[in-house]
Design a protein around this ligand. Structure first.
Ligand code: ITT
Length: 197
C-alpha cells in the first residue's frame, strides 16, 4: 500500500482522509517528527489557497530538514462560508469556532441559511506541488444535531443529502461521499492514479 503523509493538527480531518483513501490503496499517516506533529504557522490571508500553499511550503521545508524530500505530503485548509454573513467565518473558521462556536453561529442567523464548505488540498508529490479544490453546498441547521464529525458538522446540512441530516449525523463514508473534503481528495486520488504514483 502506498503511503501519503498528512500534515494536520486536526484528528477529524485525518480520520476522514483515512476512511476515504485507505480502501483505495493509500495509507494516510500523520506527518510527525520525533513523534510530534510539527507546528505550522497559518498566515493572515483572505484566501484559503494562500493559507494552504503557505502550509505546504513549511511542510516541504520540514521534509527537507529530515532528508525525506522524496516523500509525498498533504496539507489542506478548509472553511465554512455563510451567505448571510459574507466571507464569514471563511478563512477565520478555526478562530470563530473557538470563540463563539456553533451556538454563536446559530444565534447570528435568521431565515437566510444557505452556506458552503470549501477545502483546498495541496499535495507535494516528492517533485511538484498540486492543488485540489472541493466544495459542498448546503445550509445551516436551525439547531445543532448529531455526535459525529467535528468542527461545524453539527450545524451543516449538505444539499446533496437525501434527507435533512447534518454532517454530524452521518457516518464518515456518508459525509465523504458529498463533502468538500471528499471531493478534493477524490480529485487528488484521480491525479495520483493518472500520474502513476
Ligand atoms: P489544520 O491543522 O489541518 O490546519 P485546522 O483545524 O486548523 O487543521 P482549518 O483551518 O482547515 O483546520 O479549518 C478551519 C476550521 O473549520 C476548523 O475549526 C475546523 O474544525 C473546521 N472544519 C474544517 N473542515 C470541517 C468539516 O469538514 N466539518 C466541519 N468543520 C470543519
Amino acid at each position: 500500500m502506498a503511503t501519503l503523509n498528512f500534515l494536520t493538527g486536526n484528528a477529524g480531518k485525518l480520520a476522514e482522509a483515512q476512511t476515504l483513501l485507505s480502501p483505495l490503496g493509500w495509507e494516510i499517516q500523520s506527518f510527525e517528527i520525533d513523534g510530534e506533529i510539527p507546528d505550522v504557522i497559518e498566515p493572515q490571508s483572505d484566501n484559503l489557497t494562500n493559507v494552504a500553499l503557505a502550509k505546504i511550503a513549511q511542510g516541504v521545508e520540514l521534509l527537507a530538514s529530515q532528508n525525506r524530500l522524496e516523500e509525498s505530503l498533504l496539507v489542506e485548509d478548509s472553511g465554512l462560508f455563510i451567505d448571510a454573513l459574507p466571507e464569514f467565518p471563511g478563512v477565520y473558521s478555526a478562530q470563530v469556532l473557538q470563540s463563539i462556536g456553533c451556538d454563536g453561529i446559530l444565534r447570528l442567523l435568521d431565515a437566510e441559511r444557505s452556506a458552503h464548505f470549501l477545502t483546498v488540498a495541496v499535495l507535494w508529490t516528492g517533485e511538484v506541488v498540486e492543488v485540489f479544490i472541493g466544495r459542498c453546498d448546503g445550509q445551516i441547521a436551525m439547531e445543532s444535531r448529531g455526535d459525529g464529525g467535528f468542527g461545524y458538522d453539527p450545524i451543516f446540512i449538505p444539499l446533496a443529502g437525501d434527507d435533512d441530516r447534518t454532517f454530524a449525523e452521518m457516518t464518515h463514508e456518508e459525509k465523504s461521499a458529498c463533502s468538500h473534503r471528499g471531493r478534493a481528495l477524490r480529485a487528488l486520488y484521480d491525479y495520483l492514479n493518472e500520474n502513476g504514483a
